[in-house]
Design a protein around this ligand. Structure first.
Ligand SMILES: *[C@@H]1O[C@H](CO)[C@@H](O)[C@H](O)[C@H]1NC(C)=O
Ligand SMILES: *[C@@H]1O[C@H](CO)[C@@H](O)[C@H](O)[C@H]1NC(C)=O
Ligand SMILES: *[C@@H]1O[C@H](CO)[C@@H](O)[C@H](O)[C@H]1NC(C)=O
Ligand SMILES: *[C@@H]1O[C@H](CO)[C@@H](O)[C@H](O)[C@H]1NC(C)=O
Ligand SMILES: *[C@@H]1O[C@H](CO)[C@@H](O)[C@H](O)[C@H]1NC(C)=O
Ligand SMILES: *[C@@H]1O[C@H](CO)[C@@H](O)[C@H](O)[C@H]1NC(C)=O
Ligand SMILES: [Zn+2]
Length: 829
């Protein structure tokens, strides 16, 4: 009898789809986890500004719960006409490009497609009428003992896992929907100018395996999955569901990535109660903030960041014990982030190594925001309001992902910390200088950017502050913001804002308020008056920068200031005004500094202690010259402008990186230099687990696991899912590999052999071994001996599942030697 089973690739794909569908089945069967919410900080002003407190960190914590799939991978086509082979040899000899085709890594403005299909679509999530009861967050399906139960009468519910009684404010009427579309449209527009991306060729393809996003998410519309989305690099699925926290205007999270790890789909929710005319300005800042999370400011996205070669970065952040600050801090050490931080803070010393992330005073639970102590009103700190600005550091972080090219002229000016030197970023804040530090309530002065007169907000807490935040002899004293590490710096008086024409100037001091007014130290007082009890020793005075000189006006009289600052006097006034230095108010952006580098290294390199360290692809003492790195490593053509045009199959600045087969993404892998990487942690509900743990639930795989008792295997974390693993993943795979089971197509001896081989292979495919975090590919020999034992022709060369012939690191070495197998086959036939 000559019976041959024909297996081909799609069958193996099905195997993996089962694994993914399992994730979806289990998506709601999750344990509630207590969440911690922090209150926003104070950032230099105390006037009432609605500020958005971002819950991205909490959402990420939730997504790590068992049963939750973090995202799925859907590969995209990037190379136009990639099937056409490149006539490399002839062209390389001539040294000219005969191709009119754009260079493969050319980036184009990002096309964000906004989908409103899901607005108001979900009856158990969207408020339609007052009094509707809708789900907030992710209420557990079954209440679990020991957890707070859902109380629908709590008003308002403060935790996500609860039901909510809709009020009129939660219903997105036409005016609110209109406001939302306008704000999101402007946001997409802003990103089109700010970021460029390698454009997706043809339609953007989405998998839609599971609901996209958080709190029930959004099911992708059918046509998005079947036909894809034209003219898009990223799809944002918008919902308008109420948010659990009143101060949360919106939240967003990525849900699908391409084979390079870039987000291609995300879920954005905007709470209808904040879609008011008054909050339009903060909404606009909030949406930018949230979309930046989707694009890459997200600890999970960090694990996919790429360098210039398009290889996975080995270091995005570093966690170090900082002796000076007195605790562990997490810093972003990406090259462009460091470079732009140096220019912002004037921190050109090697002592500055990276820009700190927010930890809310503790470590572990966060990592999605910049440290407020260092970046204050930057848009990617944990609270956002109308004064938030996008700094170059945030754009640099996105560029350092390797997915985008940033347009730095879209960055706003950030004043906090500007030109304060290495000391500012490396020292605890009680050693800061000027307006950045105050230590007595009696003191008043100008705030850091001189836009207001301020005071020192020292608070007395009922408990001692953490040791590292004890800047005062009394351990329970400190500044008002946990996000800003309880630092004490001058904060504006409500009526002390110089640029605010609504607050009355003190005419006795010759003050004027308006857009060009700034706070200056002064003892001026109109002749004939006495300096009063309320006088602060500073006032709001107009300024202008003319002819390389700073001029200030008192009572309409303009006067020139000394270049380095200092006192000047005015007729009709007693006392004097202390001019700021020219560079402080006149936007030169530069202080003379011997540590600075020639032409700022043209922003193509890092500047440390006066010397340029050029990024890959640039050279020269000022990094001004572009060159093909390593002469395009033989895998590409070096164009005259110093840019490599890579051969098909290669990518990266030096063409040294191999692209992966399309199958890689289809199997849930991420491409790293031609190697398809499967990481156990990329599946929200899977972890590396001891064989011993699995042994009790997977009876089918007893032999396989028993032979590797100290090994780690990638399997669901949750017990109920583990119990299902055998039924939903292992057995279906086994039935595919050994169809009919009892059907006798060999003699008894051969049949047993085949059954054993099929069982082993199905176990190895279903619960791959993981070494650290990487799932290992199934050994080539295991596939082959299965083919031999069963007379099958499974494609063992598919390297997204099986190791290469030389084996290397793989799962499921076969116990049966190939030679023996051949002997047996001879006996059978
Ligand atoms: C929801 O709120 C309305 C108005 O406050 C109230 O009349 C109604 O009883 C509430 N529904 C529930 C289920 O609590
Ligand atoms: C970069 O930003 C500037 C300033 O907003 C804008 O004028 C320019 O068009 C942008 N460049 C691109 C390529 O979008
Ligand atoms: C760098 O750190 C060392 C040790 O803390 C210190 O002595 C030195 O002054 C620092 N240099 C700069 C430029 O801050
Ligand atoms: C600028 O300075 C020059 C010489 O110092 C002077 O002649 C000129 O009038 C000044 N211009 C203004 C606008 O003040
Ligand atoms: C780079 O490669 C080209 C051919 O691919 C060769 O002609 C040229 O000499 C090489 N340049 C260097 C600096 O090795
Ligand atoms: C798994 O095994 C390792 C070493 O064999 C051991 O250190 C670890 O505690 C085990 N974990 C569990 C959960 O059994
Ligand atoms: Zn955020």
């Amino acid at each position: 009898m000559d019976f041959v089973l024909r297996f081909n690739l799609p069958i193996v794909i099905v195997v993996f789809q089962i694994v993914l569908i399992l994730a979806w089945l289990e998506a709601n069967d999750a344990k509630a986890q207590e969440r911690r919410f922090q209150s926003g900080g104070l950032d230099g002003r105390v006037e009432k500004v609605a500020s958005h407190s971002c819950i991205h960190d909490q959402i990420l914590e939730q997504r790590k719960r068992p049963g939750r799939q973090v995202y799925s991978v859907t590969p995209q086509v990037y190379e136009p006409g990639r099937s056409k082979p490149l006539q490399h040899k002839g062209r390389a000899l001539l040294g000219v490009s005969t191709s009119s085709k754009p260079s493969k890594d050319e980036k184009k403005p990002i096309r964000i497609y906004l989908s409103y299909d899901a607005v108001g679509l979900s009856p158990d999530r969207d408020c339609q009428n007052v009094g509707d009861m809708v789900k907030l967050g992710d209420p557990p399906i079954t209440s679990l003992p020991g957890l707070p139960s859902c109380n629908p009468l709590a008003n308002p519910p403060t935790l996500g896992d609860c039901w909510y009684n809709c009020t009129s404010e939660d219903i997105p009427g036409e005016d609110k929907k209109h406001r939302l579309r306008k704000a999101l449209g402007q946001t997409a527009d802003w990103f089109r100018r700010a970021l460029a991306v390698e454009p997706v060729n043809g339609n953007l393809r989405l998998s839609g395996y599971s609901a996209c996003g958080q709190d029930g998410g959004v099911q992708l519309p059918r046509e998005y999955v079947e036909e894809g989305v034209s003219d898009a690099d990223l799809v944002l699925l918008v919902t308008t569901r109420p948010a659990a926290i009143w101060t949360t205007l919106a939240w967003a999270v990525a849900c699908e990535r391409d084979q390079w790890g870039r987000a291609i789909a995300g879920h954005v929710n905007v709470a209808p109660r904040h879609l008011t005319a008054e909050e339009e300005a903060s909404l606009s800042a909030t949406l930018k903030h949230e979309v930046i999370h989707v694009l890459g400011f997200d600890p999970h996205a960090f694990t996919h960041f790429r360098d210039e070669r398009k290889r996975l970065r080995n270091k995005v952040t570093e966690q170090v014990m900082d002796e000076k600050i007195g605790r562990a801090v997490t810093r972003v050490v990406l090259p462009r982030v460091v470079m732009h931080s140096r220019h912002h803070y004037a921190a050109f010393s090697g002592n500055f190594t990276g820009l700190e992330l927010e930890d809310g005073g503790e470590s572990g639970t966060s990592g999605s925001h910049w440290e407020k102590r260092l970046l204050m009103n930057e848009i990617m700190t944990g609270s956002v309001d109308t004064r938030s600005v996008v700094s170059k550091m945030t754009l640099a972080l996105l560029e350092d992902s390797g997915w985008y090219k940033a347009n730095y002229s879209m960055a706003d000016r950030l004043d906090w910390g500007r030109n304060q030197g290495t000391e500012f970023v490396t020292s605890p804040c009680n050693l800061w200088k000027g307006a950045y530090h105050c230590n007595t309530k009696e003191f008043s002065g100008c705030t850091y950017n001189r836009e207001a007169q301020g005071y020192c907000p020292i608070q007395t807490y009922s408990r001692d502050l953490p040791r590292w935040a004890q800047y005062f002899p009394q351990a329970n004293k400190g500044g008002p913001s946990l996000f800003a590490d309880y630092c004490t710096y001058l904060v504006a008086y409500t009526d002390g804002i110089c640029t605010d024409t609504n607050s009355a100037p003190d005419t006795m001091l010759g003050e004027v308020r308006g857009s060009n007014s700034r706070c200056m130290a002064s003892s001026l007082v109109r002749t004939g008056f006495v300096q009063g009890f309320t006088t602060q020793g500073n006032g709001c005075y107009q300024h202008r920068c003319i002819n390389n000189t700073l001029e200030v006006a008192v009572d309409g009289m303009w006067s020139m200031c000394p270049q380095a600052g200092g006192s000047i006097q005015f007729p009709g006034f007693h006392g004097e005004l202390i001019c700021p230095a020219y560079h402080e108010l006149c936007n030169t952006g530069m202080v003379v500094d011997s540590e600075r580098c020639p032409r700022a290294c043209n922003f193509n390199g890092d500047c440390v202690d006066g010397r340029c360290h050029c990024f890959l692809g640039f050279h020269g003492h000022d990094c001004s010259r572009r060159s093909c790195p390593s002469n395009c490593t033989g895998n590409g053509l070096c164009l005259n402008n110093g840019i490599c045009e890579c051969k098909t199959g290669y990518t990266g600045i030096d063409c040294s990186t191999a692209v992966c087969d399309e199958q890689c993404g289809l199997h849930g892998g991420v491409c790293d230099n031609g190697i398809c990487k499967f990481r156990c942690s990329d599946y929200g509900k899977y972890t590396c687990q001891n064989s011993s743990t699995l042994l009790s639930t997977l009876s089918v795989c007893k032999n396989v696991l028993g032979n590797d008792i100290s090994g780690q295997h990638c399997a669901p974390r949750e017990h109920s899912m583990l119990l299902k693993l055998e039924e939903v993943v292992v057995m279906p795979n086994y039935h595919r590999l050994f169809p009919g089971g009892a059907r006798k197509f060999f003699n008894i001896f051969g049949n047993t052999l085949c059954e054993e081989a099929a069982k082993r292979l199905s176990c190895w495919i279903s619960i791959q071994k993981c070494d650290g975090d990487n799932r290992l590919r199934v050994c080539h020999s295991a596939c082959q001996s299965y083919n031999l034992a069963c007379g099958a022709s499974l494609d063992c060369s598919d390297q997204t599942i099986f190791s290469s012939k030389g084996e290397g690191r793989c799962t499921g070495f076969d116990e049966v030697k190939e030679e023996e197998m051949k002997e047996w086959r001879k006996m059978i036939c």
